[in-house]
Design a protein around this ligand. Structure first.
Ligand code: DAK
Length: 258
């Protein structure tokens, strides 16, 4: 499919999706989110793809939802149109792992999009923020919820109420990002992480993604029970036999997603 606002490359079991609206710092509009959902669903359906990397440009992962587009909308427009709900729900339903590789600005909906991914690898130039308050609105796709769970109430309140940006070092200290690397090494690092995941059993990868995500939806007791049952179920796979045999035989496991 020919995309206009994203660039997609599939190579070595990894789908690399690059947001590409350079004139608007990758601001999110219906077209971009629609194309992103199509590309993610294609990656989900493509048996060759074992991990997805989502990135932007060096200057901006995404500077938020498109303010020009939103400025023309009324309450009835966004309420009845349920702005971006279908797209963001579809992104969260992707079962394969998605790594966000963030350089430069990840603001508003851009920060929220990065947080919808499974983890964030940031360049040392990354800046995260929920500056919607400066526009007379507030976060609408997770900036008061996922950010609070990632960095705690104090920093989430601070960022949402003052609109200040968090740099990469603060974001890593706070637990928003998993690693920081120099800007030039961002894609190598993210693709390396994706490659590592691609070598695992896809059955196990998806089980782990579901289990970690379950922790956001349930009590600790129920979450641990869910985890234990998924762990038990992995003993029904050939990959469990192979992984443990390979360890004992001191060789590399050959997983077959069975
Ligand atoms: N939308 C549209 N255009 C944007 C943009 C955005 N969010 N951010 C940047 N641009 C455009 C600029 O207008 C400019 O275009 P031209 O003037 O060249 O035509 C171009 O990108 C370059 O930007 P700047 O000239 O401003 O570049 P600077 O380096 O000087 O500044 C900046 C970079 C990132 C600090 C600045 O551009 C900026 O502050 N941008 C806005 C950041 C922001 O406020 N983001 C939050 C947007 S609100 C919801 C779903 C989503 C949302 C809410 C609800 N529901 C489902 C309910 C999300 C809301 C938001 O994200």
């Amino acid at each position: 499919m020919a995309y206009e606002t994203i660039i997609v490359d599939v190579e070595d079991h990894i789908a690399l999706i690059r947001l590409n609206r350079p004139d608007a710092l990758n601001a999110l509009n219906a077209q971009l989110l629609g194309e992103l959902v199509t590309a993610l669903q294609a990656a989900q359906a493509n048996e060759k793809v074992r991990c997805i990397v989502l990135t932007g440009s060096e200057k901006a992962f995404a500077a938020g939802a498109d303010i020009g587009m939103m400025s023309e909308q009324s309450f009835v427009d966004v309420f009845m149109g349920d702005l971006f709900t279908e797209e963001t729900d579809a992104i969260c339903r992707i079962r394969k792992p998605i790594i966000a590789a963030v350089s430069g600005y990840a603001l508003g909906g851009g920060c929220e999009l990065a947080m919808m991914c499974d983890f964030i690898i940031a360049s040392d130039t990354a800046k995260f923020g929920q500056p919607e308050i400066n526009l007379g609105v507030m976060a609408g796709i997770g900036g008061t919820q996922r950010l609070t769970r990632a960095v705690g109430k104090a920093k989430a309140m601070d960022m949402n109420l003052t609109g200040r940006f968090m740099d990469a070092a603060e974001a890593e200290r706070a637990g928003l990002v998993s690693r920081i690397v120099p800007a030039k090494e961002l894609m190598k690092e993210a693709m390396g992480a994706a490659q590592k995941i691609a070598e695992k059993s896809m059955v196990t990868v998806i089980a782990i993604k579901e289990s970690v995500n379950r922790s956001f939806e349930t009590t600790l007791r129920e979450g641990v029970l869910f985890e234990r049952r998924v762990f038990h179920s992995l003993f029904a796979t050939e990959d469990q036999k192979e992984g443990m045999a390979a360890f004992l035989e001191k060789r590399t496991a050959q997983f077959r997603d069975k």
